[in-house]
Structure formats: structure tokens, C-alpha cells
Write a protein that binds this ligand. Structure first.
Ligand code: G3P
Length: 223
């Protein structure tokens, strides 16, 4: 199971990287626009924080030629191991095919339908990123889309992995993983919400009170 951070916020990346077992960081133009800092300096700072862990960066060109040049620049500055996120339309598919021939790692993004995932996998995408919440906003079950993709890949012995994205709550993350996604990327806040709630606090407070009643302020290593 792979857990990625869908953010370019340096402080969050530093903090969550320390607490959780993070596979890497994903970004897109909207996520980068939320942060201060120019494109390459910001991404270089992220690369420095995460070392050789996965970094997924979206290409923004309108043509395959432009996207190939962008991939070259990104790989020069951030390392060849950087995943090139390519939107999955026809220009994107051509780009993925050409990038793959040149040995790049690819994440096919903006996936709403299994059909896109199938075509992206056929040109060698390493990951496909279904947009769980955005799919659900279209009155389509996000988990059905993920599960169909997972079934399709299994049936055809496809090595492409599912990196589910676009989550608005922790249940959606669980649904994506239960439906067969190998990886999820979400905002740091959603990971916190998985292990922080008033019921958990109440349980811990109860144990602390009983401990203090019995052993005062002493810690176990002092007994
Ligand atoms: O990185 C792509 C995906 O996470 C988009 O999420 O929240 O804009 O739907 P959102």
C-alpha cells in the first residue's frame, strides 16, 4: 500500500514525512499555485526534502512536443526518476507513448473512466490516477470506477498501478483502497483525520488518568 501527499506545502511535507511512511509527493498546477515560490525552486525544495522518494509533476503543454520538452527540463532539474503527470486525452496519450520510449516514468492523470485507464496502460503508464471525488460529483460511484480499473488490470496482467486521487474525506480513501487502488494521494489533513478524533482522545485521556492515579508522574522507564 502506498501513501502519497497531494500538496506542495513544504512545512506539511516535512512534518508528515516525519510521522507517516510516505511514498512520495504529487502535485498539479492548482496545488503549486497555492504556494509561494516559483515552479522550479519550489519543486527543488520538495525534492530536497523527500530525497529519492516519488515526486509527480504535471506537464502543462498543449502539444506533445511541448510536453516532451517540459519533461526534459523537469528531469534535468529534478531527476530522471521524477514521474511525469500527463492528462489522459489524445494529446496526452501520444505524449505518454513518446515519453515511455525515452524511459520516463509516467502517471496518467485526470482519469474519470476505465476506458482512459485502459488506453494509458496500453502505452505504458506506470500509474493511472482516477479522480475519486470528482467522479462522485458526476453521480458515478468512484469506487466502482477504481474497482473496474483494478479488475481490468488484473485480468490482463497489467503492471500499471492505480494511484487514486481527489479525495474529500477519509471514507473515500478507504473505498479506493478497498476497491483495489495500490496507492492513494491525499491532503495531509485527511491523513491526520484517520488517526485523530475525540473518541481516540477520550480513550487516551482515560488511560493517562488511571496511570497517574497508580504511578503518579513517573514514566515506565523510571519504575
Ligand atoms: O492531483 C489531482 C487530484 O488530487 C485533484 O484533486 O481535490 O482538485 O479534485 P481535487
Amino acid at each position: 500500500m502506498e501513501i502519497l501527499l497531494d500538496t506542495a506545502h513544504l512545512e506539511d511535507i516535512r512534518r508528515y514525512h516525519k510521522i507517516y511512511h510516505i511514498t512520495g509527493v504529487t502535485s498539479n498546477p492548482t496545488i503549486l499555485a497555492r504556494e509561494k515560490g516559483d515552479f522550479f525552486p519550489l519543486l527543488e525544495a520538495i525534492r530536497e526534502l523527500i530525497g529519492h522518494k516519488q515526486l509527480h509533476v504535471q506537464l502543462t503543454g498543449n502539444t506533445s512536443e511541448d510536453m516532451l520538452k517540459e519533461a526534459e527540463a523537469i528531469s534535468r532539474k529534478l531527476g530522471k526518476e521524477t514521474y511525469m503527470k500527463v492528462p489522459t486525452n489524445e494529446v496526452g496519450i501520444e505524449t505518454m507513448k513518446r515519453l515511455k520510449e525515452q524511459g520516463y516514468k509516467i502517471t496518467a492523470t485526470a482519469i474519470y473512466m476505465p476506458q482512459q485507464a485502459m488506453i494509458a496502460a496500453s502505452v505504458g503508464a506506470d500509474y493511472v490516477a482516477p479522480y475519486f471525488n470528482r467522479i462522485s460529483n458526476m453521480n458515478v460511484e468512484g469506487k466502482n470506477v477504481v474497482s473496474e480499473i483494478a479488475h481490468l488490470f488484473k485480468l490482463h496482467h497489467c503492471s500499471t498501478k492505480i494511484l487514486a486521487a481527489s479525495f474529500k474525506n477519509t471514507q473515500q480513501i478507504m473505498d479506493a483502497l478497498m476497491a483495489g487502488a495500490e496507492a492513494v494521494t491525499a491532503t495531509p489533513e485527511l491523513y491526520s483525520q484517520m488517526v485523530e478524533n475525540p473518541m481516540i482522545d477520550a480513550a487516551i485521556t482515560g488511560f493517562t488518568a488511571d496511570w497517574e492515579k497508580t504511578y503518579g508522574g513517573k514514566r515506565i522507564f523510571e519504575l
